[in-house]
Design a protein around this ligand. Structure first.
Ligand code: ADP
Ligand code: ASP
Ligand code: MG
Length: 402
């Protein structure tokens, strides 16, 4: 007998018919003699709808109360799925995050999983029940309900698989696997048979939302192989693992991130320690910085530009206006959130030259202006105008894959 963890995202349980479809997949797996733990997300757009309700009442609501609200979405879907499984003649027990043993940090709305005490899940399995766990949520040491950040159910599933040494962790979603680009945006995107943890981690971090990046990080740490597949079509999916058998592809995918903003601090005094002072102000506020560009100094002044997550942008600008302009005498702070980061990821680029040139050529052919560039061993990212984002992804994808 094997222990299988199956995770179903919001669109897979969006309505009654889809919930029944999931119950069928789950009970088929159970009927083959496996122990099954199922992790589910909130139905369809439920999480977005709950956020909209919060915004109507209080846009500045405390993060504790936001978590209390958002966790409700997953409570609905676990109960409905357990009922659907009962209807098919099997026994199921639904469990909220805290009941399933998810202990997290207390950083509400982006809590980290500290420990999964899977004893209750194990008890239920021992009684031959299918266990249905609410993804995306846990409990802090203060006894408060927490959530893991958007897309966090993937991480819940991997955490259970790791804690229980599961034989298989399947992430069911609304596409057939991981593709070379978002298959909803790029018509001839290709499904990957396999992808390494490192490449998947980069793709997920750079905007491919098919897997949450923390789930990939955790899968790599605990050596959990993931299978990403469709809950709606019977087709083989994508395996995420340490060393794919396939030859390293030059690049394995193109990703787009539009949730970023660019900040430029203009006319910064040009002396040592300035960048340190500026970025430590931001890191004290836990504002993460991404691509950084510093201009060549002239007349004792220089400009420093960088990108941040869009939702932290206004706060970063406030900090910098106060410190860099009012205290250290910089000229001004400019803010632009109509930008997008387009990235290519591939382990093959370590050993091949000319990959960046090819990417830049694709952008040149499409007449798209590059505003910033950053590279690492297995990725190249460019910052461009948001209006050009989809065009850029298509142009780059067809340069490498057509
Ligand atoms: P779920 O609700 O199942 O968690 P998500 O909406 O979070 O699903 O993620 C699946 C979506 O990710 C797909 O519908 C697809 O549009 C998008 N996506 C973006 N990039 C990729 C990619 N490279 N491969 C597959 N899907 C991708
Ligand atoms: N329901 C949560 C969200 O929409 C968690 C998830 O789907 O993974 O972000
Ligand atoms: Mg998701």
């Amino acid at each position: 007998m094997s222990l299988i963890v199956q995770k179903f995202g919001g669109s897979s349980v969006a309505n009654a018919e889809r919930v029944m479809n999931v119950a069928k997949i789950v009970t088929d797996t159970y009927a083959k003699g496996n122990d099954v733990v199922v992790v589910v997300s909130a139905q369809g757009d439920t999480t977005d709808d709950l956020i909209a309700k919060q915004m109507e009442i209080n846009p500045d609501a405390s993060r504790r109360e936001k978590d209390m609200l958002l966790a409700a979405g997953e409570q609905i879907s676990i109960a409905l799925l357990a009922m659907a499984i009962e209807k098919l003649g099997y026994h199921a027990t639904s469990l909220l995050g805290w009941q399933a043993g998810f202990e997290t940090s207390s950083s509400h709305t982006s809590a980290r999983i500290k420990r999964v005490d899977a004893s209750r899940i194990q008890d239920e399995l021992d009684q031959n029940n299918i266990v249905v766990v609410a993804g995306f949520q846990g409990i802090s040491r203060h006894g408060d309900i927490t959530t893991l950040g958007r897309g966090g159910s993937d991480t819940s599933a991997v955490a259970i698989a790791a804690a229980m040494h599961a034989d298989l962790c399947q992430i069911y979603t609304d596409v057939e696997g991981v593709y070379t680009a978002d298959p909803r945006k790029v018509e001839n995107a290709k499904k990957l048979k396999e992808i390494s943890y490192d490449e998947m981690l980069e793709l997920a971090t750079l905007g491919a939302q098919v897997l949450n990046n923390r789930s990939v990080e955790m899968a790599k740490k605990y050596g959990i192989e993931l299978e990403v597949l469709s809950s709606m079509a019977k087709a083989s999916g994508t395996i995420v693992k340490e060393k794919p058998r396939m030859e390293k592809m030059l690049i394995s995918g193109v990703a787009k991130d539009t949730d970023i903003a660019r900040i430029s601090v203009i006319g910064v005094p040009n002396y040592p320690g300035l960048a340190f002072k500026m970025f430590s102000k931001l890191s004290k506020k836990k504002i993460n910085i991404d691509i950084i560009l510093q201009s060549i100094g002239h007349d004792g002044k220089k400009d420093i530009s960088f990108t941040v997550a869009k939702d932290r942008g206004p706060e970063a600008v406030e900090v910098l206006e106060d410190y860099m302009v009012n205290t250290l005498g910089a000229k001004e702070v400019l803010y632009d959130d109509e930008v997008a980061k387009i990235s290519i990821v591939g382990a093959g680029m370590e050993s091949h030259s000319g990959v960046a040139t090819k990417m830049f050529e694709a952008l040149y052919d499409a007449q798209i202006n590059i505003r910033m560039i950053s590279t690492s061993e297995i990725k190249i990212s460019v910052l461009i105008d948001a209006a050009d984002a989809d065009k850029a992804v298509k142009a780059i994808h067809s340069k490498f894959f057509d």
